[in-house]
Design a binder for this molecule. Structure first.
Ligand code: ARG
Ligand code: ZN
Length: 882
């Protein structure tokens, strides 16, 4: 079942042109395909190989002649034609039961409309085809369908013809001028409406921009349109990359496995990343839309114009495009702190989700060596760690150096399907920087640990830092070789200011921050002219995806939190102070000891909270404690219940001691007037709502009323949801608890026609500590719940299994039993979604014996299920083998 990177063979045949005609019908869509192909003489594959799955083959003609059954074979999803001539025209007719396709891969129906999702291997569910990214052709598509049911007919590229067919049906013909791999093919057909605009590019050329949605949602498309225009402008300005089509379309569907898809000229999106207006979307939603619209748009160059040779190279496009969308969002905020807060948010996800993946049974390199099901490898490692790898080039080469590398990459590879090594070569050749060892970031899995040790020689005025690196074993990989790690460092004086840095033996001009290049297992760096013992600020702006170990004292961390010129490390110092306490308190909970929070920590947070020279968004992230999942990473054996208790204790203690400060922060950060999602207003709401959440952790009637009033009078979803979240986590007097429950009901009633808001309603309940397994089962019976819609399944089930650890890991194993039931149910409906849920038990070996036993039983139950998809099988068998 396993496919290996080392087995790559170039395709036996290339495709030049592809013409397809679709007769759209949910029961039986007929697809007629004609493609011209020619032999690749450089390949060792002599046969003509096409892939096909779940489709019925009606006709197969080669060079005008019907192929007899004996001329080809079909086995294991492959159609092989033996002895094909060097130049071939193939004509294929297939039938698809799109209406019955619940996998949301290939051609499927959602709410009566047709959509496609072809990445990674969905095109083979449409026709037999060399469905691999290194085979690129020029596509012309004719769509035919009922005029009333499918008034809108869309595909990639430009609309070249449309008209009536006379029999109640009509047609549209689309031509994509760029050759592309089949995974970028898309069609959309149905009842949709659009917001559109003519937009002028920097070059003066005008393009048509459209955002397509179901009727009734046109009041929710403005932000996506704005985000698209911002994306177009940003890519022109930052990378000199222009939109290459005359028309660019975004279409939203409520049934989608992932966030969105970059099909050439016809991006298809989950509604979650398109629809927004102040009454249904939060600030976080607005930011998510901006970044996903950007991400898909940026793929037009990094992914579409230059694509991947094979799926092992997936991070070539995904890591790079995530880096680009991160930079886009950071540039749009504009301020230095805004940038840093964006960086902090990205690093949080990396640490919480990717570091955990890297330490578990599904750990894999950024460029994997093997997989069973490629859909399982759209991971935080490929995406987020991949983006960190790209960011390290940026850190090593600098802003202009990186741009030169990008320019060379496009100059060399535009129109090609290439590998991660080609990107690295462009970065190396354009800069002259030796990046040979840097390759290990692609080939070795696992999160490196960098240990720092320092010493100061007052007489010689030399400050010395020794950095050593190790990397834990991962499945199939032991004995890692040293990585090439950029370690950005600064040294703070007693006054909190940066010292000028001069490396011994180097003539470069002195600087506040230096990027040290750690390439050996251990290396010592010496700074000269240091007149006082400094506090080191190491790994500034998180310059590499590693765990940094350094024996900071509380005083040093306090000094960094109060002064570091690098806002990332300033935040980091606060997180280190918090983590230390949370670990100690978790141990104390387990031992039944009395819990206490020290004044030093409380005062450090008070100072930050009250420092109005700091941006509210920065104060918000400093005030936010590491999540329960983050704290869990600190333990060899995880006890979710004790972690929860310890964290709640810290929240309540802070609330108690900082009550008046929190109340002032609340009052001082109100945003009266018309809602705007801009960074300044969003930051204020963020800080205000964090203050509110704290106040509710040490509640009295007045703070309860504050939340209740905010809920009742909110003018936007951000404030409404924040208040409701506080209320639904509320435990206090019976009267208040009842009022909280009523608010939850009112919210449902008010928004029952807004699917994305009902998702929030489920999500909020699923992740509240008040929600146990029985409560989830009760919510599953709610008329609004369904497993068939991925967003809805995620909102209740995934949130419970992933974001409510203290309840999911119930001692009796009932959480895991529920998990097994649902993985099995989803496996039948939608293997991709099932496999995502299956990952919730990845780290089962980290829990106490009694929980492990329950988890193992649940994993085995799933593994023994008949007709298990490759997707789920890969995940559970890797977990069980760990
Ligand atoms: N390329 C898409 C994106 O990153 C994601 C597609 C994922 N598809 C899948 N079947 N796993 O924007
Ligand atoms: Zn992507």
């Amino acid at each position: 079942l396993t496919i290996f990177r080392k087995d790559y063979i170039a395709p036996g045949f290339w495709v030049d042109t592809v013409e397809m005609g679709f007769d759209l019908d949910p029961i039986a869509t007929h697809v007629a395909t004609r493609m011209t192909m020619r032999r690749n003489h450089d390949s060792s594959e002599k046969n003509l190989v096409l892939f096909g799955e779940t489709i019925k083959l009606l006709q197969l003609r080669m060079n005008g002649v019907n192929l007899k059954k004996s001329a080809y074979s079909i086995a294991d999803g492959k159609l092989t034609i033996l002895n094909a001539p060097d130049v071939v025209t193939l004509e294929i007719e297939t039938v698809i039961a799109a209406g019955k396709n619940t996998s949301m891969s290939g051609l499927y129906v959602s709410n009566g409309n047709f959509f496609t999702q072809c990445e990674a291997e969905g095109f083979r569910k449409i026709t037999y085809y060399p469905d691999r990214p290194d085979v690129m052709g020029t596509f012309t598509i004719m769509l035919r369908g009922d005029k009333k049911k499918y008034p809108v007919l869309l595909s990639n590229g430009n609309l070249i013809a449309e008209g009536d067919l006379g029999d109640g049906r009509h047609y549209a013909t689309w031509e994509d001028p760029f050759k592309k791999p089949s995974y970028l093919f898309a069609l959309v057909a149905g009842k949709l409406v659009c917001q559109e605009e003519k937009y002028k590019l920097k070059s003066g050329r005008k393009v048509l921009l459209q955002v397509w949605v179901e009727a009734g949602n046109l009041d929710k498309t403005q932000h996506a349109m704005d985000s698209l225009k911002n994306s177009i402008r940003w890519d022109e300005e930052r990378f000199g990359l222009e939109l290459d089509l005359d028309r660019f379309m975004i279409v939203a569907t409520s049934d989608f496995n992932m966030g969105a898809m970059e099909n050439k000229g016809l991006n298809i999106f989950n509604t979650k990343y398109v629809l927004a207006n102040p009454s249904i979307a939060t600030d976080v939603d607005y930011a998510g839309i901006e970044s996903v619209v950007g991400h898909e748009y940026f793929h037009n160059w990094t992914g579409n114009r230059v694509t991947c040779r094979d799926w092992f190279q997936l991070s070539l496009k995904e890591g790079l495009t995530v880096f680009r969308d991160q930079e886009f969002s950071a540039d749009l905020v504009g301020t230095e702190t805004g940038r840093a807060v964006k960086r902090i948010e990205d690093v949080r996800v990396l640490r919480q989700v990717q570091f955990s993946e890297d330490a578990g049974p599904m750990a894999h390199p950024v460029r994997p060596d093997s997989f069973v099901e490629i859909n399982n490898f759209y991971t935080v490692t490929i995406y987020e760690k991949g983006a960190e790898v790209v960011r390290m080039y940026y850190t090593l080469l600098g802003h202009d150096g990186f741009r030169k590398g990008m320019d060379l990459y496009f100059k060399r590879h535009d129109g090609q399907a290439v590998a991660c090594d080609d990107f690295r070569a462009a970065m190396a050749d354009s800069s002259g920087h030796d990046l040979a060892q840097f390759e290990r970031w692609y080939s070795q899995a696992g999160t490196p640990r960098v240990k720092a040790e320092t010493s100061y020689d007052a007489d010689a005025k030399i400050y010395q830092i020794t950095l050593s690196q190790t990397c834990p074993d991962t499945p199939g990989q032991s004995k890692k070789l040293p990585f090439h790690i950029p370690v950005a460092i600064g040294l703070l004086g007693a006054d909190g200011k940066d010292l000028k840095l001069q490396l011994e033996g180097q003539t470069t001009t002195s600087n506040n921050t230096l990027v040290l290049e750690l390439t050996a297992e251990s290396q010592t760096f010496r700074f000269t002219g240091i007149t006082q013992k400094p506090t080191p600020s190491i790994l500034r702006n998180f310059s590499a995806p590693v765990v940094l170990e350094y024996a900071y004292t509380d005083e040093e961390l306090g000094h960094l939190l109060a002064n570091d010129s690098d806002p990332f490390n300033r935040w980091e110092a606060g997180q280190r102070l918090a983590t230390r306490r949370l670990v100690k308190l978790t141990n104390a909970v387990q031992k039944g000891e009395e819990l206490e929070l020290d004044a030093m920590f409380i005062e450090a947070l008070r100072a930050t909270l009250n420092d109005t020279t700091l941006d509210p968004s920065f104060r918000e992230v400093v005030l936010t404690l590491p999540s329960e999942a983050m704290i869990a990473e600190e333990f060899a054996v995880v006890d979710p219940q004790s972690i929860h208790t310890a964290r709640q204790f810290v929240r309540a203690s802070l609330a108690q001691h900082l009550k008046s400060d929190l109340l002032s922060a609340y009052e001082n950060n109100l945003t009266p007037g018309k809602y705007s999602p801009d960074a300044v207003s969003a930051a204020k709401r963020g800080l205000k709502n964090v203050a509110l959440a704290y106040l509710l952790a040490w509640p009295d009637d007045a703070t309860f009323m504050l939340a209740k009033t905010q809920f009742d009078e909110a003018q936007n979803m951000t404030d409404r949801l924040a208040a409701l979240s506080g209320l639904s986590n509320f435990s206090g007097s019976a009267k208040n608890t009842k009022a909280a429950a009523q608010s939850l009901q009112k919210f449902y009633k008010d928004f029952k026609n807004e699917a994305l808001v009902i998702d929030k309603w489920f999500m909020l309940q699923a992740s509240a500590y008040t929600c146990d397994v029985a409560k989830v089962r009760e919510l599953m019976k709610h008329s609004a719940f369904t497993l068939s819609n991925p967003n809805r399944a995620r909102s209740l089930i995934f949130n419970f299994c992933n974001a409510n650890p203290a309840r999911f890991h119930a001692a009796d194993g009932s959480g895991y039993a529920l998990w097994a039931e649902l993985v099995i149910a989803l496996n039948k409906l939608n293997p991709q979604v099932a496999a995502r849920l299956a990952r919730s038990l990845d780290r089962w070996k980290k829990y106490p014996q009694n929980l492990q036993a329950h988890m193992k039983a649940a994993l085995q139950k799933v593994a023994e299920t008949k007709k298990l998809s490759k997707d789920v099988l890969e995940v559970v068998s890797k977990a069980l083998a760990s």
